[in-house]
Design a protein around this ligand. Structure first.
Ligand code: SF4
Ligand code: SF4
Length: 634
């Protein structure tokens, strides 16, 4: 049973907001294998020190825990220092992962430009546009220009912390730059910023909580413009900018007559190559010889969202989205998944025990990912990925032959979804100008925009917090943009269909019907939060105001891992009210809590809103939107 208390029916609900996951949870219980829901219960009660962020294990004097009787660690560190230091360390992990993702994309662009990969430059127009912005000669041939741009980005990634990041200067709204310059937080290259942050947060180097929080903001800006905006821009150049497309989601899309491969993680490079290779006559014939109808490549978590938004172009043939972080053990419990390709983050060790109950093979496809008991590694190499893709498909076919058809149970749930929204597709749908959208906001048909993004979390019920917030917001004429695991949550519950407009308030409903769009727009994976930053910048520029003046809010209602911490701090630095749930581990410091939830607003225009009741959270976001509207006189 979840902790969700969203409505009066809570007592009858399952652990997840999705019927398919609840059905599979019953199945895992029958199989005698534990999953995230069961282990969550085993972990109760969880440690109050960790919850409040007031435990420090940095040196061998520790662990030190702050209590009224012992208000300082052995070195003298206070709760304020320990909480702020822990927060910066969490955020640093996030930025490290983002830089890995970006580096893989840049390495691939270079190899592609040299003709060594199966990819081709997917968006030449964006390549020339960005190359022009960074000062390159755009008359050069495509591949030469792509290689040069990748080199510029690699240089940015690695430049010193005393050299301002070019992307911040080139892409941030002028008013943001002024605010950040005043605070002295214009960052340098993310790898240097990361080195500085990790050095500062060693025991007894930076013990000033206020300076540590400024470090958090600086790191977040570096993440925002390289890890988010930089990554999505370069990924678009390589794989194509998303275009409007139709797809499907939920466990019911699994087709037991096919060899079933799941792309799981965040970096869609191997998956794109596998989709392409699966279409070849050679692979299709191998699958048929094994007794299957064909080969299907499904998506899970953020890699799946990356594929879905490009399913009309570079990921044509993608078979749909199975679910998000919490769904990973339950997709395997269908007994119909032959192989899971795990790239970068969010592959939980619990998956292995479920896979062992069936024939499912787990394979790491990124050199940095390893899991106890998983012995198959096909680590991505751009120059070898065509062969690697075939190797993975052959492994899946071999597993398919071992599948016990009598143990397959596939839930019925299947939801249609529209995907591929971005600044470019929105402009396309609006006839080339943002004016119709801005007019709808000015006239109040759309009251504001909320980015409901990030992970999913079992603490308050799988996806139930996020879904309640989305439904409350659209009911009140707030257009919702989803990214990350919140994309899957809303897809499965059909909020990403034009028909979901019926759940919206009258104003938003009319706009959705006129444009034929859903009230919850799918902006893709968690790295696509950068796409939301680009969209908000475009709106702020069009209206001639700072992002902090817009009726725009952000919410990470079920934040889970460290990249989400970096994203949340970036939203605050960007000037947005940023709702976060569950309560982050900062409450052990009254000073840090006050700075994040109150004082920072006078510095960046943004602040953190902590609220675990989703209806109340939506109400507070709406209140903020209305205040911003009143201040703008609309
Ligand atoms: S750094 Fe200070 S607070 Fe942390 S474990 Fe060591 S003595 Fe304790
Ligand atoms: S949104 Fe969060 S939990 Fe979901 S896949 Fe991305 S990082 Fe993992």
């Amino acid at each position: 049973m979840s902790n969700c208390q969203t409505c009066s029916s809570a007592a009858q609900c399952g652990v997840s907001a999705h019927a398919s996951v609840n059905q599979m949870h019953e199945r895992t219980k029958e199989l005698g294998v534990t999953t995230v829901f069961d282990r969550y219960q085993q972990q109760q009660p969880q440690c109050g020190f960790g919850m409040q962020g007031i435990c420090c294990q940095l040196c061998s004097h520790g662990p030190c825990r702050i209590t009224p009787k012992a208000p300082q660690g052995i070195c003298g560190a206070t709760a304020d220092t320990i909480v702020a230091r822990n927060l910066v360390r969490l955020e640093s992990h996030g930025i490290a992962a983002y830089t890995h993702h970006l580096e893989e994309i840049l390495k691939t662009i270079k190899a592609t430009a040299q003709g060594k990969t199966p990819y081709t430059i997917g968006d030449e127009q964006k390549l020339r546009e960005i190359a022009g912005v960074v000062g390159l000669d755009t008359t050069k041939p495509t591949n030469a220009l792509a290689e040069e741009l990748a080199d510029v980005m690699l240089h940015e990634l690695r430049k010193g912390s005393d050299e301002p990041l070019a992307l911040v200067k080139l892409f941030a709204p002028k008013t943001r730059l002024e605010a950040w310059e005043k605070l002295g937080i214009i960052p340098g290259g993310p790898l240097s910023e990361l080195r500085d942050a990790m050095t500062k947060t060693m025991s007894n180097i930076d013990t000033d909580p206020v300076d540590l929080l400024l470090t958090a903001l600086r790191l977040a800006i570096s993440t925002g413009y390289m890890g988010l905006v930089g990554t999505i821009t370069m990924q678009d150049i390589l794989l194509g900018t998303p275009s409007l497309t139709k797809s499907e989601a939920d466990l019911g899309i699994i087709d037991e007559e096919n060899v079933n491969i799941v792309a799981h993680g965040h970096v869609p490079l191997v998956a794109t190559a596998v989709i392409k290779a699966a279409e070849s006559k050679e692979m299709q014939e191998l699958a048929k010889k094994a007794g299957a109808k064909g080969i299907k490549v499904y998506g899970s978590m953020c890699t799946g969202q990356e594929l879905m938004q490009r399913s009309a172009t570079s990921a044509k043939g993608y078979a749909g989205q199975l679910g998000n972080w919490i769904t990973q053990e339950f997709m395997i419990a269908t007994g119909a998944v032959d192989l899971v390709m795990m790239d970068m983050n969010c592959s939980i060790p619990g998956m292995k025990a479920v896979a062992d109950k069936f024939h499912t093979k787990l394979v790491s496809v990124d050199r940095i990912l390893r899991m106890a008991g998983v012995e198959d590694h096909v680590d991505y190499e751009p120059e070898k990925v065509s062969e690697q893709a075939k190797e993975l498909i052959k492994m899946a076919i071999k597993q398919y032959k071992q599948r016990d058809k009598s143990s397959v149970v596939i839930p019925k749930g299947k939801a249609p979804a529209v995907a591929g929204f971005s600044v470019e597709t929105i402009l396309g749908a609006l006839g080339g100008s943002l004016d119709p959208l801005l007019d709808a906001v000015k006239q109040g048909a759309i009251k504001g925009i909320a980015a409901v993004v990030g992970c999913t979390n079992n603490r308050n019920g799988h996806d139930s917090q996020g879904l309640t917030i989305m439904r409350e917001l659209i009911k009140n004429d707030v257009l919702v943009i989803a990214a990350g695991c919140m994309s899957s949550a809303s897809q499965i519950e059909r909020l990403q269909t034009p028909e979901a407009a019926e759940e919206a308030g009258e104003g938003l409903k009319a706009v959705c019907k006129m444009l034929g769009i859903p009230p919850v727009l799918n902006f893709g994976s968690c790295v696509d939060i950068g796409r939301i930053g680009v969209a908000v910048t475009a709106i702020a520029n069009a209206l001639g105001v700072d992002p902090s003046q817009l009726p725009v809010v952000a919410s990470a209602p079920e934040y889970l891992e460290q990249k989400a911490v970096a994203d949340g701090v970036f939203a605050v630095a960007f000037g947005l009210l940023t709702h976060i749930g569950p309560v982050p581990p900062v409450t052990g410091s009254a000073l840090v809590t006050k700075i994040l939830t109150e004082d920072v607003e006078s510095l960046t225009g943004g602040k953190v809103l902590v609220e675990e009741n989703p209806v109340e959270a939506a109400r507070k976001m709406l209140e903020h939107i209305n205040q911003k509207r009143a201040a703008l006189g609309i």
